[in-house]
Design a protein around this ligand. Structure first.
Ligand SMILES: Nc1ncnc2c1ncn2[C@@H]1O[C@H](COP(=O)(O)OP(=O)(O)OP(=O)(O)O)[C@@H](O)[C@H]1O
Length: 297
């Protein structure tokens, strides 16, 4: 299955142009949607999830046309969605919450529902604490309950919006690993403003800014475009100069090592290095004259 997005536009009341002529093809597997806050990621995901209507353009999810009522109903059946702000009932246990959502999703056969809830609690490593109230959970545990509710109907399309925001590094890695395991025979669409979330999990990505798609392809294609623009400079003297962005600085004792993207004034003193996703993202944003917030690194 794949998703085709064709000339999609969204203008909110008040005139904010959140999506402008978005064209994308999203294949099976994990797909990253990367962009700074306000890029339009949530808007795009809400349209795909059938919660928001576009102002123009179309979407096709597998055999279903997202522009028709029939298509939208069919898409909802194969969809799992973890929004940024999923409301949970803090006084319910993880088990009770998942059971309740299962009922709302029409899983009427109690035996099957119980089996599925237990299977998912196991998958997200919450079986041991299944009877504890959600209000006693950490952010990462709540996010894992969130992904479990999105998986109840074994969706062919799983949409997760900024799932690692606010998690500590250990929880973030755990959550990424969980998402990678889900990629198999479905589309997992992961939206984030954190480069590392995508570097660790996705093969393909799209980069968005101010409602436009600025890149679409594989991580290696993006790295290919940034080749020859990433440098390592080790110096005991002044900072490297040129039309550059410093991606990282490492103090080595008597010398300092700079990783930079761009055109150095003095490239003879530098070593050309293979671009990481972070370097490539910085390079792309430089090309498009977009400033990258520090928290994206
Ligand atoms: N309901 C709304 N009414 C008016 N403008 C909106 C609405 N929702 C979002 N916007 C605007 O649309 C643009 C895109 O927002 P969106 O939430 O889709 O971006 P995002 O990339 O998901 O960012 P974030 O990670 O901060 O949620 C922003 O300028 C935002 O202020």
């Amino acid at each position: 299955m794949h998703i085709t997005i064709n000339q999609l536009n969204k203008v909110y009341r008040g005139g904010v142009h959140a999506l402008t002529d978005v064209n994308m093809v999203i294949p099976n597997g994990m797909f990253g949607l990367l962009g700074p806050n306000g890029a339009g990621k949530t808007t795009l995901m809400r349209i795909l999830a059938g919660i928001l209507r576009p102002s123009g353009g179309g979407i096709q999810v597998g055999a279903y046309n997202g522009n028709s009522d029939r298509g939208r109903i069919a898409i909802k059946r194969i969809l799992g969605y973890l929004p940024q702000d999923l409301g949970m009932y803090p006084d319910l246990s993880a088990y009770e919450f998942l059971d309740y959502i299962g009922i709302l999703k029409g899983m009427d056969e109690r035996k099957k529902r119980v089996a599925r809830v237990n299977e998912l609690l196991e998958l997200v490593s919450l079986s041991d604490v299944a009877s504890r109230k959600i209000k006693t959970f950490s952010g990462g545990m709540k996010r894992r309950v969130g992904i479990a509710q999105a998986l109840l109907n074994d969706p062919k399309l799983l949409i997760v919006d900024e799932p690692t925001a606010g998690l500590d590094p250990e929880e973030r890695i755990r959550f990424r690993n969980l998402l990678s395991d889900l990629g198999g025979d479905r589309i997992v669409l992961l939206s984030t403003h954190i480069v590392e979330d995508i570097a660790q999990t996705c093969r393909n990505l799209a980069i968005m800014n101010k409602g436009h798609i600025t890149f679409q392809g594989s991580l290696s294609e993006l790295a290919y475009e940034a080749r020859g623009k990433v440098w390592m400079v080790t110096t005991s003297g002044p900072k490297p100069e040129g039309d550059i962005t410093v991606v990282s600085t490492m103090n080595m004792g008597t010398t300092v090592q700079y990783r930079v993207v761009g055109e150095l004034a003095n490239p003879q003193k530098a070593i050309s290095v293979e671009p990481s996703l972070e370097d490539s993202y910085v390079w792309l944003m430089r090309e498009k004259r977009i400033s990258v917030p520090a928290e994206a690194h």
